[in-house]
Design a protein around this ligand. Structure first.
Ligand code: COA
Length: 168
């Protein structure tokens, strides 16, 4: 076992529960996404009833949330089926202790149990340290894309795309 894993040994990785919503909101804020507790609770509920997707949290011995990861299965016409990490963040004061690696490994195990063969993550080009992290976890950079968003109700001020734009 690596030194990093020893350093995060007191950390538990488990599926998110509704009560974790507040901690998850805080972690997502550190990633630059402003989400409400209600929307995170909805995601946790939806994920719990979908056998393919999972939201995992890392919790310290005292119950504090130190990281979270969401993985979904995408079934694209052209590209086929694969797992995709939709969100991954480790608390700013907890990084570099192996928690991110353990969350990714738990996602891999979840996908293997579903017989899914590939895992993808899309990561903002500016997150260079995260790129190195993913390469160390066995990911290989395969393409760089431009991302376009279109609000479906322009002018009503309710677009979540506005909150979330280009942060990942
Ligand atoms: C990327 C991230 C999830 C990795 O989790 P972690 O628990 O810190 O990672 P581990 O301890 O398992 O692995 C350490 C590696 O993570 C990366 N890392 C460490 N601290 C980091 C930080 N502050 N920011 C970004 N990456 C970091 C480095 O590649 C590090 O390897 P190194 O120390 O040899 O340079 C975490 O650092 C993080 O949340 N970063 C900011 C948010 C982010 O970029 N998320 C990914 C969005 S796609």
């Amino acid at each position: 076992m690596s030194t990093r894993h020893h350093q995060s040994a007191a950390t538990t990785i488990r599926p998110a529960q509704i009560e974790d919503a507040g901690g998850v909101v805080e972690l997502l804020g550190q990633l630059g996404y402003v989400r409400s507790s209600a929307s995170v609770r909805r995601c946790i509920r939806a994920s719990a009833s979908d056998p393919e997707s999972i939201i995992l949290v890392a919790a310290s011995a005292d119950g504090q949330l130190t990281g979270c990861l969401q993985v979904v299965v995408t079934r694209r016409l052209a590209e086929g089926d694969r797992g995709e990490i939709a969100s991954l963040v480790v608390g700013a004061d907890q990084r570099g202790r192996g928690i991110g690696a353990r969350l990714v490994q738990a996602a891999v195990e979840h996908l293997r149990a579903l017989k899914v063969a590939d895992l993808r993550v899309r990561c903002n080009v500016k997150r260079e340290r995260a790129h190195r992290f993913y390469e160390r976890q066995g990911f290989r950079r395969t393409k760089t894309q431009a991302v376009f968003d279109r609000p479906l109700h322009p002018g009503d001020g309710s677009s979540t795309a506005r909150q979330d734009r280009s942060r990942r």
